[in-house]
Design a protein around this ligand. Structure first.
Ligand code: RET
Length: 240
């Protein structure tokens, strides 16, 4: 086991992320508290899970537990926040589930999306720990390929579902889909330009800030926007 590593000046962003996720969690808990409708409840439950996981992983990173060092074959030492992958491994499938349930996607499609998503995060994690720059970039390519297939399947699923959705549900689905595509595509860009990619374009300080803004928008922003629409969420999949 590597010696403990202390976070550098990027720690400030990790604390802001921790507080932001805690506030998001409290907001979802507060709003979801008295909800009786079972469909609506499941959306609250998903977003409460997402912010709970993210809060704990941000806390782990801010306090140094979620950080380790990876030594490359050329002797370079990288600070790697492994806790990000633990967060994403569980939260990204849940965020996809929000959209899939809204579109009333079938079980096979949901499993396909989740399978691709887990593969994407797992291969990204391998990339983050690979000891040769070239293999890091190759794993990044594999993970990004999975992301592109995932987005392709998602767009196809959502457009097929559109025919059976109310106008309001379709428009909410579209807004969330566009938000998801833009945000999720930014992750591999930050990764490859940041410390993980070893190309040295973005320092760890800036990279940490960028991931924090993306994480808060993709979790709290996206969830809060979704949960503004109680009437639509109650009527998902037909019925009242
Ligand atoms: C990694 C590794 C490099 C290649 C790709 C990646 C994709 C990450 C994504 C993460 C999404 C996270 C979200 C978090 C919510 O808070 C793992 C960076 C493609 C898409 C939405």
């Amino acid at each position: 086991m590597a010696a403990p590593v202390t976070p550098g000046s990027e720690q400030i962003w990790l604390w802001i992320g921790t507080i932001g996720m805690a506030l998001g969690l409290l907001y979802f808990l507060g709003r979801g508290w008295g909800v009786k409708d079972t469909k609506l409840k499941q959306f609250y439950a998903i977003n409460i899970f997402v912010t709970t996981i993210a809060f704990s992983m941000y806390f782990a990173m801010a306090t140094g537990f979620g950080l380790t060092e990876v030594e490359l074959v050329d002797g370079t030492v990288l600070d790697i926040y492994w806790a990000r992958y633990a967060d994403w491994l569980f939260t990204t499938p849940l965020l996809l589930l929000d959209l899939a349930l809204l579109a009333n996607a079938d079980r096979e499609t949901i499993y396909t999306l989740i399978g691709l998503d887990v593969f994407m995060i797992a291969t990204g994690l391998i990339g983050a720990f690979a000891q040769e720059a070239i293999w890091r970039i190759v794993w990044w390519g594999i993970s990004t390929g999975a992301l592109l297939v995932l987005l392709y399947v998602l767009v196809g699923t959502l457009s097929a579902a559109a025919a059976n959705q109310s106008d309001a549900a379709r428009s909410l689905t579209n807004t969330l889909k566009n938000l998801l595509i833009v945000l999720w595509l930014a992750y591999p860009v930050v990764w490859i330009l940041g410390t993980e990619g070893t190309l040295g374009f973005i320092p760890l300080y800036t990279e940490t800030a960028a991931f924090m803004v993306l994480d808060l928008t993709a979790k709290v922003g996206y969830g809060a926007y979704l949960l503004q629409n109680h009437d639509i969420l109650k009527s998902v999949g037909g019925g009242a």
